[in-house]
Design a protein around this ligand. Structure first.
Ligand code: CP
Length: 305
């Protein structure tokens, strides 16, 4: 495969290969003082970010550097995009300078797909609007598999602002491909039209779902993508859909708590839950580097095309 644009680009064998490759990379680098492999020496990876990011941008940069690629970080702020240059012209400019892979985050759903039609190199979707964030789903699956030993038959609750969440979309599709059972939990106003056709159950009642899941994944309430009529009061939202210590106590003994970050502490997740031993939030970030190394390695291979 040349691109990773959405979770459905990956069948079960592809997704398992990414997870297994990440595990091999972790094993190869464990205990090493210099955490670097020569695999992508001479290749160039461009991080093309039109939307803010902490985890995804830094972990793609680190992943590419650990594979010895040259890395260019492009942020729309401060570039010729502010003079009106289009996504296409920006991409062709980067390709003319030798980009082998473009990792793109964009506020418009579908932007990475358009980019993939214009450039010869690989395109990796690092989050497009409310559409998809496939490497987040891969790192989440990797974290679940590491913590719980399996994905097949795993019961996963994804809770909160599903409507605006590219993380939820990518996770539902990937987890379904990998044999997990997903329940989406949200107020009706924060579920997308057409959610009935997703491969997931839907519930409005967090308390009834929590005792039945192996994983609870809390989603950030994306206030910046909502207009005022959609935005629930923080107190009411947190009372009905927030994960606090009382609710966490109703989870099964070995169940884990996930969040892709950034978090609204005190809204969808209480600080004591985010910092608890059940939380994999920091681990997810670390696993993101290994999974993104695996994705770049598998897309670009060792030798120039
Ligand atoms: N989870 C995630 O995509 O975080 P960033 O927005 O910080 O990259």
């Amino acid at each position: 495969k040349r691109h990773l644009l959405e979770s459905s680009d990956l069948d079960r064998a592809d997704a398992t290969l990414v997870l297994d490759t990440a595990a091999q990379i972790d094993q190869a680098l464990a205990g090493r003082e210099v955490k670097k492999l020569p695999t992508l020496r001479g290749r160039t990876v461009v991080n093309l970010f039109f939307e803010d990011s902490t985890r995804t941008r830094i972990s793609f940069e680190l992943a590419a550097k650990r594979l010895s690629a040259d890395v260019i970080n492009f942020s729309a702020k401060g570039s010729s995009v502010s003079k009106g240059e289009s996504l296409k012209d920006t991409a062709l400019t980067l390709e003319a300078m030798g980009a082998d892979a473009i990792v793109v985050r964009h506020h418009a759903s579908g932007a990475p797909h358009r980019l993939a039609n214009w450039v010869k190199g690989s395109v990796v979707n690092a989050g497009d609007g409310t559409h998809e964030h496939p490497t987040q789903a891969l790192l989440d699956a990797y974290t679940m598999r590491r913590r719980l030993g399996r994905l097949e038959g795993l019961r996963v609750g994804i809770v909160g602002d599903v409507l605006h969440s590219r993380v939820a979309r990518s996770n539902v599709r990937l987890l379904h491909t990998l044999g997990a059972e997903v329940t989406l939990v949200a107020p009706p106003t924060l579920l997308p039209v057409g959610v009935g056709s997703w491969p997931a159950d839907v519930s409005y009642d967090l308390d009834s779902v929590l005792p039945k899941v192996d994983v609870v994944m809390m989603l950030r309430v994306q206030a910046e993508r909502m207009n005022a009529s959609f935005f629930p009061s923080a107190r009411e939202y947190s009372r009905r859909y927030g994960l606090d210590a009382r609710r966490m106590a109703t989870l099964a003994d070995d169940a884990i708590v996930m969040h892709p970050g950034p978090m609204n502490r005190g809204m969808e997740i209480a600080a004591e839950v985010a910092d608890s031993v059940r939380s994999t939030i920091v681990e997810q970030v670390g696993n993101g580097v290994s999974v993104r190394m695996a994705v770049l390695y598998l897309l670009l291979g060792g030798a120039p095309a």
